[in-house]
Design a protein around this ligand. Sequence first.
Ligand code: NCD
Length: 321
Amino acid sequence: MTFRARHLLGIEPLAPEEIRTVLDLADRYVELNRRTVKHADALEGMTQINMFFEASTRTQASFELAGKRLGADVMNMAVAQSSVKKGETLIDTALTLNAMHPDLLVVRHPNSGAVNLLAEKVNCAVLNAGDGRHEHPTQALLDALTIRRAKGRIHRLTVAICGDIAHSRVARSNLILLGKMENRVRLIGPPTLMPPGVAEFGCEVFDDMSEGLKGADVVMMLRLQKERMDGGFIPSEREYYHRFGLDAEKLAHAAPDAIVMHPGPMNRGVEIDGTLADDINRSVIQEQVEMGVAVRMAAMDLLARNLRAERGRALTGGADV
Ligand code: NCD
C-alpha cells in the first residue's frame, strides 16, 4: 500500500500508485457502507473539523458521514455564524482551531490556493474540499472510482469533460487524474469557457458536442458556475442548452455503452436534460454520490495512518518503531 501524502491538497502531487491505493481502499469502504452497521475504527479518538467557506451539500455531508462512520469526533464549523463574519482572517481562524488539536481539517474556500496556505500553518492533516478554480481532489477520486467500477478500468478510456471548464476545479482535478492514469481526455465547451493554457494539459479541445463526443466512453457534464462569472460568457441559457446541453440525441454520438456523470449540483435544462440525468441505464450520478462517502473514508483513513506514524516518529526522536 503506497500513500505518502501528509495532506490531500490536490491530485497534482499524487503518484498513480497513490491514486490506486485510495481507490482500492475505497472499494472496501463501499462494502462497509452497504451494511446495516457501518462502523469502522480507523479514526477512533481523532477529531475532524469541517470548515466550509462556500456552499456545499454533497461534499460536506459526505465528509461528515465519512468521519462519523470511521469513529472520529466530527465538528462542522458554522462559518456563517463564526468570527469570520467579524473579519477574522482565514489564518487566524485556522490557528484558533489548531489550538484545539484537531487531527483532520476539511476545508472548502472560494480562493484558489487558500487551502494550501492554511496547511502550512497547522499541525494536522488538511483535506481540500474545493478551493476556487484550483482543485477538488476528492471529487476527482470519487469520479475515478465510479468510472473504474462501471468500466472495469481507469486507463485507456476516452473521457469527454463538457461545459464550463474555465471555472471548474472539478474539471481541473479530473483532467490531471485522468492524464496521470493514461486516459484520453477531451474538453468540450464554448471558447469563452475554456481556461487559458489548456493545451499544456495535453487534451483535445472541441467546441462542438457531436464531434467531441464521438466514441467517448465517459461523458462528464459540468455545472455552469454562474457565481464565478463576472461577465457574459454565454449568449443565453437557452442557446447554451441547444449547443452544449446533453440530451439523448447528443449522447448518441458517444460509445453505445457510454456513462453520463455530473458532480452536482445540476442545472436541469441548462447543461443536462433532466430525463437523461435520471436514466439509470446511462447516468451514474447517484453512484458518484455513493462513491463520495467511500473515497472520503479512504482518504481520511490513509492520512490518519501517516499522521500516527509521523507522531510516533516524533516521540521516538526520529527512529521508526
Ligand atoms: C462541485 C464543486 O463545488 O466544485 N460540486 C461538488 O463538489 N459536488 C461542482 C459545482 O459546484 O458545480
